[in-house]
Design a protein around this ligand. Structure first.
Ligand code: B1M
Length: 228
């Protein structure tokens, strides 16, 4: 309630970012959009707005979700606010004159409906000049295989946020091996519970710790693939 009285534009940058963390926590999408616009007007780089205001805010939400202070409905509201802020940033992050750096098919694996991180990866990849085909959430292995056949990307990306769904990445990679197409693609995996070791263990080529790292690795691996 208190938030209604706050004039966001009267806050200095640090106070505004803190207020945005609170607003994200409270699921106030309009305020998040307003805050994003104010920071952009003040000359903030879109990527800095994304990481300092939105991603950091969602990290805080995640801690209280884990600790049982926040529940699914509240976290959904926070996620929707984050998406509203991301929608403002998307065209700015995607603004690029670069020729197509490569093509990626990406989706969240079966049983998993988390998509904020995946969507962020997509925004950053598009910003770096990649063409990205988004398969959305809850993808069974067939969806990935069909998309590979249809789009012939350089990279297949899989996202998982649950320890119970991350093993499904191996199901997809094993199916690719069975079809004899595993080596035709760069396989990248990501999501909060994953790490380098897990990526190796399922037979992926790379682990994307965050969206920026994913772009960096994708650029390098596509360049290497093309050179070969
Ligand atoms: Co969920 N959830 N959730 N959730 N949720 C987590 C993941 C959890 C860690 C929360 C917690 O307990 N602290 C926990 C998982 C625990 C575990 O598995 N050990 C959890 C749980 C338990 C659940 C439910 C089971 C809760 C329930 O119903 N009781 C349920 C499962 C639903 C399902 O999927 N079947 C559930 C539901 C939900 C909501 C629907 C409420 C909502 C999702 C909304 C949405 O995505 N549209 C939600 C949210 C928002 C979260 C947290 C709070 C935030 C996730 C997020 O968006 N992070 C999360 C806690 C947390 O992670 N801190 C949590 C921000 C995002 C930018 O980061 O996704 O890590 P991240 O993405 C990063 C990198 O990981 C990487 O780049 C991204 C950008 O830098 N990356 C990739 C991600 N994917 C990549 C793919 C790549 C490369 C890089 O491919 C190449």
């Amino acid at each position: 309630m208190e938030d209604e009285d706050i004039d966001l534009s009267s806050l200095d940058d640090e106070e505004l970012v803190e207020q945005m963390h609170d607003d994200l926590y409270d699921g106030l999408a309009d305020e998040i959009v307003e805050g994003v616009n104010i920071l952009l007007e003040r000359g903030w780089e879109p990527y800095k707005v994304l990481t300092d205001a939105l991603v950091e805010g969602m990290r805080i939400v995640g801690i209280d979700f884990r600790d049982g202070i926040l529940f699914v409905p509240e976290v959904l509201l926070a996620a929707n606010s984050m998406k509203a802020g991301m929608a403002v940033l998307k065209p700015l992050l995607a603004e690029t004159d670069a020729p197509k750096a490569g093509k990626m098919v990406i989706g969240t694996v079966k049983g998993d409906i988390h998509d904020i991180g995946k969507n962020l990866v997509i925004m950053m990849m598009e910003g770096a000049g990649f063409e990205v085909i988004d398969l959305g959430i809850n993808n069974p292995v067939e969806k990935y295989l069909d998309a590979l056949e249809e789009h012939k990307p350089d990279i297949i990306g899989m996202s998982a946020l649950l320890t119970t769904t991350m093993p499904y990445m191996k199901v997809v990679i094993d199916a690719m091996k069975e079809k004899g197409i595993r080596e035709d693609y760069i396989v990248m995996v990501g999501g909060a519970p994953l790490n380098e070791e897990f990526a190796d263990s399922v037979g992926a080529d790379a682990y994307g710790r965050d969206a920026a790292m994913t772009v960096e690795i994708a650029q390098r691996m596509v360049a290497e693939k093309r050179a070969a």
